[in-house]
Design a protein around this ligand. Structure first.
Ligand code: RIB
Ligand code: CA
Length: 364
């Protein structure tokens, strides 16, 4: 079931909702490990989210599903497996699914993540096998096997989650929660003036997912981290230097495989941000969303009504948000409005450094 401000107790996370316009209370950290399925379009920040998940003791990473977005789906699957091998998790199931958006041609963004999706980084070709299951079937079968336990985290266009919920309408009740990196709820877009990339690539899929997981009869709502909060997660060269040093390495002349990967991938990503966003650093959208799925207390959310624009001349893919509740419709999304970026960045640096140090002596 999706999380949110709905009035219910879930595994120690007590939430008290007050109906429409509710300030979703700060969620307490979830006790124990958190079973996760993560959907990615790896992509540089997706790869950082995967490293963070592997490095986080409280994450029980069950599987990774691949959607097209930053690069085409098959390149996503290659990158995802190569990064998981780098992180020491060649055992994980990685699946492909629908390889193009539901209703429109695929657009990728080589200028942001590089033609292969990992910037200037070079990784050995993936050796771990690709799952024989379709992503949608993997998500459905896993949720049926562990009803009410699994958190679904989407860091990509929502194509495969949409396919899954169309195949299994009960999916929102079978999952424990849904955490989405996507949308821009009162900030400018990063792909068009009012649209964020993950929703822009497949707005029909976003409409399907928001409708299904935001059904007011559900005990709670999905948690959405849009650009409003993810652009506060700014990785700087100083963060990277500190991370490398903590790992016993040197960002200026990296020796360990993970630090070398980070330096080469992030150099491309920081050059992009320097050109388009005016600072030499990187918004690490996906790791913040992943971290919030493990510790919802990192963000504060508001229960709001959100609709995805499909027919706009200039605004298709906009996550239209009813901040003044003029529609008088039940809220369908818990929109993150604040994030503790400092705590998150420190955790990111410390955890990924620990993983890098542990993997330093191991050939990937
Ligand atoms: O808009 C940011 C999102 O789009 C991130 O998930 C990034 O990886 C890209 O997919
Ligand atoms: Ca992504």
């Amino acid at each position: 079931m999706a999380i949110g401000a709905g009035p219910r107790k879930t595994g120690g996370v007590s939430q008290t909702g007050y109906g429409a316009g509710t300030i979703a209370r700060m969620h307490s950290a979830l006790p124990g490990r958190v079973p996760l399925i993560v959907d990615v379009d790896t992509g540089i920040d997706d790869s950082l989210a995967l490293l963070y998940a592997v490095a986080s003791d409280e994450a029980e990473l069950l599987a990774v599903t691949c959607s097209a977005g930053n690069v085409d789906a098959r390149q996503v699957a290659e990158n995802t497996r190569a990064v998981l091998e780098l992180a020491g998790r060649p055992d994980l199931e990685v699946a492909l699914g629908r390889e193009v958006p539901l209703a429109r041609p695929l657009e990728t963004t080589p200028e942001t993540h590089g033609p292969r999706g990992i910037g200037y980084a070079e990784l050995p070709p993936a050796r771990m096998p690709l799952s024989t299951r379709h992503s949608a079937d993997l998500i459905i079968e896993a949720a049926r096997a562990r009803p009410g336990e699994i958190t679904m985290v989407t860091l990509a266009p929502l194509t495969n989650l949409a396919v899954a919920v169309l195949r299994e309408p009960a999916l929102p009740r079978l999952l424990r929660r849904l955490v989405v990196m996507g949308g821009s709820y009162r900030s400018p877009g990063n792909t068009a003036p009012t649209t964020e990339w993950n929703v822009y690539v497949d707005p029909e899929a976003a409409r399907v997912v928001f409708a299904a997981f935001g059904d007011p009869s559900l005990p709670a709502r999905p948690l959405a981290l849009g650009l409003d909060v993810t652009e506060r997660a700014k990785l700087t060269p100083e963060h990277l230097e500190r991370l490398a040093a903590l790992a016993g390495d040197d960002a200026a002349a990296p020796k360990s495989p993970i630090i070398r990967y980070l330096v080469d991938a992030l150099r491309f990503y920081m050059e992009f941000h320097s050109r388009y966003d005016g600072f030499y650093g990187a918004f690490i959208h996906d790791p913040l969303a992943l971290a919030a799925s493990l510790d919802p207390a990192l963000v504060r959310a508001e229960a709001l009504t959100v609709e995805v624009e499909l027919g706009g001349t200039f605004t298709t893919g906009e996550t239209v948000t009813d901040w003044r509740r003029v529609w008088r419709k039940a809220p369908n999304v818990d929109v993150a409005v604040e994030a503790d970026a400092t705590t998150f960045m420190n955790r990111f640096v410390e955890r990924v450094a620990r993983l890098a140090a542990a993997r330093a002596g191991v050939a990937s």
